[in-house]
Design a protein around this ligand. Structure first.
Ligand SMILES: Cc1cc2nc3c(=O)[nH]c(=O)nc-3n(C[C@H](O)[C@H](O)[C@H](O)COP(=O)(O)O)c2cc1C
Length: 279
């Protein structure tokens, strides 16, 4: 059974936890800006994502503090100086990164407090974080205020002008290797996830060719109490029903426990044989 929750009925803290627990894992923008007098500022923002690749637009949100409805230094800085750097957060720096979320006075640099090294950027005045494997030099195109009360966000819409990518995280095809970049994601409360190793899986789906779909499978397969939705989807992703010859061959090979055998075949990438066994 599902619980119906009306966000407006909750306290600001409960609402925040409901949102961040549900929309997770979130990437983390580790944002470097310049304050008054050229002071470096660094803070993590997980209300963050990419929204366009041409032009390359990324957006993060700086919320008004629930406690006292004040705004954060990052927002104050970008309202005055529209250049910033978004650095990614890899596993190697995740604990260090959390130190920068402490509410230091504006004249204290989080670089110094958390032991990060500022490196000069090439286009904007805000520095890159040396320890981060990818830095994005950005210009703020727009800031959209989402509300007036504590907890209200300000969407900071950024265009990426230049990227600096550590060559150690690139694979032989010149693409970013998720296991090497080893990014961290934020969930609800104090939970984080590490996007490498067993946490990463590959799901290849050709989007140009037609598929059978769930409605193209025999009903007894779709209604199976043994097979999971993911297993049925592997068969629904096939382009056509297997021919009689394959059906006869696999049925002769596996005369019993067909749904269980089908699940095992799917696990080793033999969805066509699995479907041939079940129809
Ligand atoms: C992983 C992580 C993600 C965060 N995401 C956000 C966010 O999306 N929006 C926000 O307003 N605060 C977020 N915070 C809290 C800010 O980082 C914190 O308020 C920080 O002190 C703001 O620094 P600033 O005043 O220098 O901008 C996050 C904190 C952590 C540790």
């Amino acid at each position: 059974m599902k619980q119906k929750i009306i966000p407006a009925d909750l306290s600001p803290k409960e609402r925040h936890q409901l949102i961040i627990g549900s929309i997770a894992p979130r990437p983390i923008a580790f944002v470097s800006t310049i304050g008054d007098g050229g002071k470096h500022n660094l803070a993590p923002y997980s209300f963050f994502n990419a929204f366009s690749s041409t032009p390359p637009i990324v957006v993060f949100s700086s919320n008004r503090r629930v406690r006292d409805n004040t705004t954060k230094d990052t927002l104050i800085n970008v309202q005055k100086n529209r250049g910033l750097v978004i650095n990614v957060v890899s596993y190697d720096v995740v604990r260090q990164m959390t130190l920068t979320s402490v509410e230091f006075p504006s004249d204290i640099s989080e670089f110094t407090k958390a032991g990060f090294t500022p490196e000069p950027s090439t286009i904007v005045s805000a520095p890159c974080v040396k320890e981060s494997p990818i830095n994005m030099e950005c210009r703020v195109n727009d800031i959209i205020r989402l509300g007036e009360k504590g907890g209200a966000g300000h969407l900071i819409i950024c265009e990426v002008l230049a990227m600096h990518v550590d060559e150690n995280i690139i694979d032989e095809n010149n693409r970013i290797d998720p296991h090497k970049v080893d990014l961290m994601g934020r969930l609800g409360r104090s939970y984080y996830t590490r996007a490498s190793g067993d946490a990463v899986s590959t799901i290849y789906q050709n989007v140009l060719e037609p598929i059978l779909g769930f409605d193209g499978l025999p009903e007894h397969i779709v209604k199976s109490e043994v097979l999971t939705g993911n297993q049925i989807a592997e068969m629904a992703a096939l382009h056509e029903l297997p021919g009689q010859e394959l059906q006869d061959a696999v049925k002769a090979k596996y005369p019993e426990n067909r749904e269980k055998v089908a699940a095992e075949l799917i696990a080793i990438g033999k969805a066509e044989e699995a479907l041939a066994l079940l129809i």
